[in-house]
Design a binder for this molecule. Structure first.
Ligand SMILES: O=C(O)CCC(=O)C(=O)O
Ligand SMILES: [Fe+2]
Length: 201
C-alpha cells in the first residue's frame, strides 16, 4: 500500500502505481491517443493553452472559442475511445463509493507547460470526486481554497502518484505551476501526462 497524504482534503496516494504499472499504462494510453489525438486547446478568449489534451470515455472536456464544456465527440468529430480497464481499476480502488467515471481527461505537459489555478466545476454532481493520475516528469501541484485567493500549499507530484479531489477538496482551486522537465525516465521524450477521471452527469 502507498502512503496517503492529506493536504486540505486533497488525498495524495504517493507511489500508487509502481514502475511496471506506469509503463503498462503509458502503452495503453498510446493506443487511446492513436484513436483520439492530442489537441492544443484554445480558451474561450482565444488564448492557446500550454497543455495538450485528449480524453477517453463517454465525454471529453474541451475548450475553444465556443467555451469550456464536456463533449461526446473529439474536436475532429469522432467519439472518444473507452476508458481503459486499468484506469477504471485505479478509480475503483481509491474512490470505491463513487459512481463510474464518465470522462478520463488526458493532459500532456511539455517543457514549459502549466495549468493555472482553477476549480473543476463543469460537472453536474460535486458529491463525486475527481481523481488525478500523474505519469512522467514531476509537476508542482498547487492547492488553494474554495474561494479565490488566500494562502496555498504546493507539492511536487511524482510519476505514479494518484490524487483524490473529493469532499472538502472537491471545489478547491488547484493548478500546476511548472514541471521538472526531464526528471523522469518514464516517457522517452520527457514531459508529464496527467489523467483526471470525472463523473460528468
Ligand atoms: O495536471 C494536474 O495534476 C492537474 C490537472 C487538472 O487539474 C485538471 O485537468 O483539471
Ligand atoms: Fe483541475
Amino acid at each position: 500500500m502507498s502512503d496517503i497524504l492529506d493536504i486540505r482534503g486533497f488525498r495524495i496516494h504517493r507511489g500508487f502505481l509502481d514502475r511496471p504499472a506506469q509503463e503498462s499504462l503509458v502503452a495503453t494510453l498510446r493506443e487511446v491517443l492513436r484513436a483520439a489525438p492530442l489537441v492544443q486547446p484554445v480558451t474561450p478568449r482565444g488564448r492557446p493553452m500550454s497543455v495538450r489534451m485528449s480524453a477517453a470515455g463517454r465525454f471529453g472536456w474541451i475548450t475553444d472559442r465556443n467555451g469550456y464544456r464536456y463533449s461526446e465527440t473529439h474536436p475532429d468529430g469522432m467519439a472518444w475511445p473507452p476508458i481503459p480497464d486499468e484506469v477504471l481499476a485505479i478509480w475503483d480502488t481509491v474512490a470505491p463509493e463513487a459512481r463510474a467515471p464518465e470522462c478520463c481527461l488526458i493532459n500532456w505537459y511539455g517543457e514549459g507547460a502549466r495549468m493555472g489555478l482553477h476549480q473543476d466545476r463543469d460537472e453536474g454532481d460535486f458529491t463525486q470526486p475527481v481523481v488525478s493520475v500523474s505519469l512522467g516528469d514531476e509537476g508542482l501541484f498547487r492547492m488553494g481554497n474554495e474561494e479565490r485567493g488566500g494562502k496555498t500549499e504546493s507539492l511536487w507530484l511524482r510519476s505514479g502518484d494518484v490524487v483524490v479531489m473529493g469532499g472538502e477538496a472537491r471545489l478547491r482551486h488547484h493548478g500546476v505551476d511548472r514541471i521538472r522537465f526531464g526528471s523522469s525516465t518514464l516517457l522517452p521524450q520527457g514531459g508529464r501526462i496527467n489523467l483526471t477521471l470525472r463523473v460528468v452527469t
